[in-house]
Design a protein around this ligand. Structure first.
Ligand SMILES: NC(=O)c1ccc[n+]([C@@H]2O[C@H](COP(=O)([O-])OP(=O)(O)OC[C@H]3O[C@@H](n4cnc5c(N)ncnc54)[C@H](OP(=O)(O)O)[C@@H]3O)[C@@H](O)[C@H]2O)c1
Length: 354
């Protein structure tokens, strides 16, 4: 049976990573089913397809079989997996808001457990899980991180990290029970997507005149590379392993400068040290309490933004010879999309596009 004859299920296909994965799969002629929920931004998926491929994007998009399913609804997962050979799991809740903790654990940990259990029950041939570098944990000494690091419980772990660690653990458990799995751990993913919830928020902040930058350093990866690496790993003989996907380790300041360059905005000029960041999240908490609006930064995001972490991508380079795009390209790609479709930067774009 050739790759294109197998049925593939993608979860999280309406998110930043999932949309680009759908495009990668459909462009390669594969048969794809994707899950959606009420309120999912399917129109944004269509827009990105036609933007990446003005000639064939619409046709590729119409080849996707959409099914309604939720990670926390086992019956819907069973239906979604019917007749499927391969699963890419990109759905997750990404939040740093304290009030989202319980729901995030339910979606990311329990939801992943539901999916892998059902995948084993229905005889899935291979399962590719989109984890995160957050699930790898923090080193005791130094700040270099590779796949061999062992997670340690610590008060410094964000709830998002805890939920992604719990989610990845469910996939390892299924692997022990016989599921053929491969796991990717992307660093901060850069690309065009819903700025209301993905890392496209960073682009929007610069475009909106962000004044401050922090001293943190982290890994960044282009969303198109995440999609391509997932497909190459799924279609390889590799199994029972995880791979960090991270192109470059950069100061946040450099990423902001790239975004500013391609969106013709001014990059942030003032450095916010730890003291200022600690003040800022507390003030945001008060503002959010008074106004009822979501805080722009939280304790977890403020602390992350001041931390220096360096991720190694040697394992995937050696395993499949994968080469990453420079992050300046990712910033340019993101900026080009939003310059063409500025409506997606408006807070009420959902109303404008549906
Ligand atoms: N973005 C990053 O920088 C980054 C970095 C490292 C790892 N990751 C990981 O990459 C994956 C994708 O992230 P992303 O940035 O693409 O996130 P995203 O843009 O926020 O998309 C999340 C996706 O998950 C779906 N989803 C959420 N809850 C669900 C549920 N209960 N049932 C079914 N689907 C549900 C959403 O569907 P709706 O459209 O219906 O809401 C959406 O398709 C996640 O596992 C994330 O942890 C992301």
């Amino acid at each position: 049976m050739t790759v294109s004859e197998n049925k593939i299920l993608v979860t999280g296909g309406t998110g930043l990573v999932g949309t680009h994965l759908l495009f990668e799969l459909c462009s390669g002629g594969r048969k794809v089913r994707a899950i959606r929920r009420q309120g999912s931004q399917v129109e944004l998926v269509r827009k990105l397809f036609t933007w990446y491929d003005p000639e064939k994007g619409e046709e590729l998009f119409s080849g996707i079989e959409w099914v309604d399913a939720d990670l926390n609804d086992i019956i819907s997962l069973k239906e979604a997996l019917s007749g499927v050979d391969y699963v890419y799991h990109c759905a997750a809740m990404v939040s740093f808001l304290p009030e989202d903790r319980q729901m995030m654990l339910k979606v990311n940990v329990e939801g992943t457990a539901n999916l892998v259990n059902m995948a084993m029950a229905t005889g899935i041939r291979k399962f590719c899980h989109c984890s995160s570098v957050a699930a790898i944990g923090k080193p005791d000494r130094g700040n270099r991180i590779d796949e061999s690091l062992v997670w340690k419980t610590s008060a410094a772990n964000s709830w998002y990290a805890i939920s992604k660690y719990g989610s990845e653990r469910e996939v390892w458990r299924a692997s022990e029970e016989g599921l053929n799995v491969v796991i990717v751990n992307p660093s901060v993913v850069i690309g065009p997507g819903d700025p209301g919830r993905s890392s496209a928020q960073l682009y929007q902040s610069v475009k909106n005149g962000l004044k401050f930058y922090t001293g943190g350093v982290t890994g960044f990866v282009d969303v198109r590379d995440v999609a391509a690496a997932m497909v190459r790993l799924m279609e390889s003989h590799l199994s029972g392993e995880r791979f960090i996907l991270s192109a470059e380790n950069l100061p946040y300041k450099t990423l902001f400068e790239y975004f500013a360059k391609y969106s013709e905005s001014r990059p942030p000029r003032y450095k916010a040290g730890r003291f200022l960041s600690e003040m800022a999240w507390r003030m945001e908490k008060v503002r959010s309490f008074i106004t009822g609006q979501k805080p722009l930064i939280t304790r977890e995001t403020a602390r992350n933004a001041n931390t220096k972490r360096y991720f190694s991508h040697e394992k995937i380079r050696k395993a499949i010879g994968f080469e990453f795009r420079p992050i300046e390209d990712s910033a340019e790609n993101t900026s080009r999309f939003f310059r063409k479709y500025p409506v997606y930067l408006s807070p009420d774009f959902r109303m404008n596009t549906n």
